[in-house]
Design a protein around this ligand. Sequence first.
Ligand code: PLP
Ligand code: 3DJ
Length: 419
Amino acid sequence: MSLTDRAAELDAADPLAAHRDEFLLEAAPAVTSYLDGNSLGRPLKATPAALDAFVRAEWGGRLIQGWTHDAQVGEGGWMDWPTDLGDRIGRVVLGAGPGQTVVADSTTVLFYKLVRAALDHALAEGRDEIVADTDNFPTDRFVLEGVAAERGATLRWIETDPAAGISAAQVAAAVGPRTALATFSHVAYRSGHLADGPAITAAVHDAGALVLWDLSHSAGSVPLALDAWGADLAVGCTYKYLNGGPGAPAFAYLARRHHGLLRQPVQGWMGHADPFAMGQGYRPDPGVRQLISGTPPIVAMVPVRAGVDQLERVGIDAVRAKSTALTSFALEVADELLVPHGVTVATPREPAARGGHVTLRAGDSGRDFRQTTARLWTEGVVPDFRTPDGIRIGLAPLSTSFGEVLDGLLALHRIVENS
Ligand SMILES: Cc1ncc(COP(=O)(O)O)c(C=O)c1O
Ligand SMILES: Nc1c(O)cccc1C(=O)C[C@H](N)C(=O)O
């Protein structure tokens, strides 16, 4: 069967195919193959209407009263959005019970707050080491460098082979009695390697330390079970698979057993136990709300709500099933069209060991994949380039069709064949 027939067959049999029409595809008519939903998800058609309604009815209609009282439903207003939306993300995306997730800030800022909260607590017990891996996303590594310098902690780096990812055995060998915190990405931003969440969490706990997961590339793509893993802390983006839009606020998870014990350092009035008391002295909220510092970005939560609504309707297991089928198809096409030209596959072959994207490397072929990516963009095919030589094919299960994957990889094949 030709690849074209195969893509058509997969699209015809795809139970999620109709959800693609819920996206504003027509806004980017020149983009025939969007393969970067893991960097920035497409907007939903529901989003412009939801934003318009928010501005008119909520912001325009309720003005300052919107913060504290929702006249329509007779409950707290925007003050509750960070924890209400956090609870929904907890339930739909993270496998987390209520009261442990909050939406605010950026992933970088929430990561900083959680690292400091965990480290400061452990320093008091004589633990002064943070374990991390060299292939984690730059923002995480940079924040860790800063925190280590600020607090006099030591960083112990696990050298990771990007293709192999981080394993529980590597983590077990690196953690010890001085470890305060270990932190990893669940899905590696370059290779797409999917770490073993429960086993790594257990390995860190065996050393008496806490674990902080960066779920940016898993949230909305891979089923998660933070409570069941026994995870301590987690952060992640909402502008990727949750389609929250550029700069959408991040989420943070702090397991209930740590409430009141771990304290983040950016003490602002919105994380105070009683923000409107406006009294002397900071007293943190006893729950997850203490992770908030200043006024949370309410308007920017509107698109995230639409994304979580859609995911709740579809269910993360159905999303994961399509995600796996998409990555498998992308690898099948790559093997047939690109590997014979010296392109190599950086993503694990075993479906259970990868997340929602596939990375193809120029490898020994010596081709300049940065330039190739730029050329693809001019042709309406949009993957992204990641150093040193990878073209990353991001597959957002709710908005990407199998035909779109094939079109993009055929365009890449044409360039590779002629270079
Ligand atoms: C693993 C990971 N962490 C964090 C971020 C980004 O953090 P921020 O939204 O603060 O830029 C990204 C992507 O940008 C990422 O892939
Ligand atoms: N977050 C991004 C941004 O603000 C601009 C451009 C790209 C991004 C990204 O998503 C980077 C991304 N997290 C990555 O995995 O490479």
